[in-house]
Design a protein around this ligand. Structure first.
Ligand SMILES: Nc1ncnc2c1ncn2[C@@H]1O[C@H](COP(=O)(O)OP(=O)(O)OP(=O)(O)O)[C@@H](O)[C@H]1O
Length: 597
């Protein structure tokens, strides 16, 4: 056995710029190429057009493709190709105008209303509600009869109707960040509101606004085409919608009249939507997961420390096998890896301690198993096999079939994990009814017997009590009762005694031991207290800086810690404390509650 101390790689792989990432994204690349061609055509189309798009030639009415008119002639003898080239510019400009008006009004109003609140907020909400309640098409038709058939006015008004969408997105994002500590810090450091909004707040809304804009351009082009198709547009401005309108009138005589504008319109809208999908992937980081997963896995493999494994007489029957797990969070332009290739095995029916100093990644490992990583956290590499199923590829919806039934969880802070608005009875019976499908009476009966089982002296009273009427120890017993209600195969308890006082800690540990023995479940107990491990764990894994460095039966690891880090942990225990009270010896807290940090 060897011990290794090399830390695993920290993968702060720098991310390329947004455009570079988009162009290498499969959907993004092809969309950018197509849309670039459309933009080029829109700009140079009028110069490339072989004829004036309005020039009529009676001889060329419904002329077939070929000859002077490459794509044929329309019902007035105009060149379809020339009209298509010029129409591309107008159609695109219409979509861009909608997005520009929507962005300018919606983003600025959302920023100001979200940041300042008060009457500006009220005015913004009122305007949003008003514009959303009026059908835009009616206003557009009314405006047309007042101002005449101008594409520019039509698109400007449509942009105003789109602006509440931007307003809401920006407003909600600003509300979410305005009380962040870094915004407070900017304020206290003397930065003015304009600078804070422009620098800190605008950054937070940048991604959703960019995302929204590709959809808005598509919606604008579609709206304009629909308006022209209905014959409500400006007949002197060639657009795809105008061409479609004319084509549909003459579809039986010359089908190509519909074909070209329909292709241009359909493909542009499809590629704008695909670009939106690619943008979402890149801005929200989902694509980075795909792209960097391999890189991180490779980096971890290259530097993975060897785990010190103690010989084990028992036949391994793993209920949970975590292999080379890597968990990372976006950090700046890269990823900060907080679990760096951890491997862990919890066997059926055993109590397994996961011990390590504060910040070593114990909770992140537990959350990864539960599929409950905080926002931004991603499993970048490795596998989590529970009862034969790999949980890393499982959807959120499917994870719900594991959580609360086959995998249960007991948190660190009992009080903050009970909803103060509901009685214990409601909180215990609701999952029994929803997850296990029990009737109201069955759930009530089961909850009472669970409260009794976890040693609550007066279950009836506690059932009717609100969390604030319970002590910390009682609240933790209630949470344990809820966790074991479904007879889980695996119970994950994250520092279940840390928030409790010493005497209550001992009782809760005794309770966990008794329940484990009675229900035969496996228990993974996350702790930084060797006393807890000594008291109830059959086996232990020692975690350091995101990796497991030593694992084995508790007795063996306590008797003969081989990894330098495990040895240093034992050395950190104050002298005078007995070294290793072994599992089964009810000696909670023998080693105190040392925080190994
Ligand atoms: N939401 C988050 N975003 C970014 N980094 C995080 C997040 N949550 C945790 N971390 C980082 O992950 C690392 C491991 O945290 P974790 O909570 O797993 O530690 P731990 O071993 O359970 O320690 P403790 O006993 O203090 O909870 C820490 O460096 C922490 O800063």
């Amino acid at each position: 056995m060897s011990s290794a101390t090399a830390p695993a790689a920290d993968s702060r792989a720098p991310r390329a710029g947004l455009f570079k990432r988009l162009i290498t994204h499969p959907l993004g690349g092809v969309s950018i190429v197509f849309l670039s061609i459309i933009v080029v055509v829109a700009i140079v189309g009028p110069f490339l057009a072989p004829f004036d798009p309005s020039q009529t030639d009676l001889k060329m009415i419904f002329a077939p493709p070929g000859g002077d008119y490459l794509l044929g002639g329309d019902s007035a003898g105009r060149d379809i190709l020339s009209r298509l080239l010029v129409a591309t510019g107008f159609s695109l400009a219409g979509g861009l105008l909608v997005a520009a008006v929507g962005t300018v009004i919606g983003v600025s109003a959302g920023l100001v209303a979200g940041y300042y609140g008060g009457w500006i907020d009220t005015l913004g909400s009122w305007f949003t509600a008003l514009t959303m309640s009026i059908p835009s098409i009616i206003v557009l038709i009314a405006a047309r009869s007042v101002m005449g058939p101008s594409m520019w006015w039509t698109m400007t008004i449509f942009g105003i109707f789109i602006s509440p969408v931007y307003y809401r997105v920006v407003y909600n994002s600003v509300r979410a960040v305005r009380n962040e500590l870094y915004v407070d810090a900017a304020r206290t450091s003397g930065l003015g509101d304009g600078r804070i909004i422009g620098r800190h707040v605008l950054m937070a809304v940048r991604a959703p606004v960019i995302l929204l804009t590709s959809g808005t351009i598509a919606a604008g082009i579609g709206m304009q085409a629909g308006f022209d198709f209905l014959g409500l547009g400006d007949p002197n401005t060639p657009t795809w919608g105008q061409m479609l309108n004319e084509g549909f009138y003459n579809i039986n005589r010359a089908g190509q009249l519909v074909l070209w504008p329909a292709l241009a319109l359909g493909l542009t809208m499809i590629f704008l939507t695909l670009l939106g999908t690619a943008l979402r992937d890149e801005l929200e980081g989902t694509s980075d997961v795909r792209r960097t997963k391999g890189q991180i896995a490779w980096a971890l493999e290259a530097s993975a420390p060897e785990i010190v494994r103690h010989e084990d007489a028992a036949e391994p029957d793993a209920v949970l096998t975590v292999t080379d797990l890597a968990v990372a969070y976006p950090a700046g332009d890269g990823w900060a890896t907080v679990v760096k290739g951890a491997s862990l095995e919890v066997r059926r029916g055993e109590t397994h301690g996961l011990i390590g100093e504060s910040g070593s990644g114990k909770t992140q490992t537990a959350f990864a198993v539960l599929g409950l990583l905080p926002k931004g956290g991603k499993v970048m590499a490795g596998s989590i096999v529970f009862d034969g199923e790999d949980l890393t590829g499982v959807s959120d919806a499917s994870m719900n079939t594991f959580r609360g039934s086959r995998i249960a969880y007991v948190p660190q802070e009992p009080m903050s994990n009970l909803d103060p608005a509901f009685t214990v009875g409601v909180q215990l019976t609701e999952p029994l009814r929803k997850v296990l499908g029990m009737s109201k009476e069955q759930a009530h009966e089961r909850a009472m017997s669970l409260l009794d089982k976890v040693g609550i002296p007066d279950p009836k009273r506690v059932f009717r009590s609100y969390p604030h009427q319970l002590s910390g120890g009682m609240a933790q017993r209630v949470l344990i009762a809820g966790a074991v209600a479904s007879h889980p195969t695996l119970l994950i308890a994250d520092e279940p005694t840390t928030a409790l006082d010493v005497t209550v800690q001992a009782e809760v540990l005794d309770l966990l031991r008794d329940l484990q023995a009675e229900l035969g479940m496996a228990v993974l107990i996350v702790t930084h207290n060797f006393g807890v491990v000594a008291d109830i764990c059959d086996r232990v894994s020692v975690m350091r800086q995101g990796v497991i460095v030593e694992t084995g039966p508790t007795q063996s690891v306590f008797d003969d810690p081989r990894h330098q880090y495990t040895q240093s942990l034992f050395e950190a225990i104050p002298t005078g404390a007995p070294r290793a009270p072994l599992p089964g010896a009810a000696s909670t807290g023998t080693l105190g509650r040392e925080t190994l940090s």
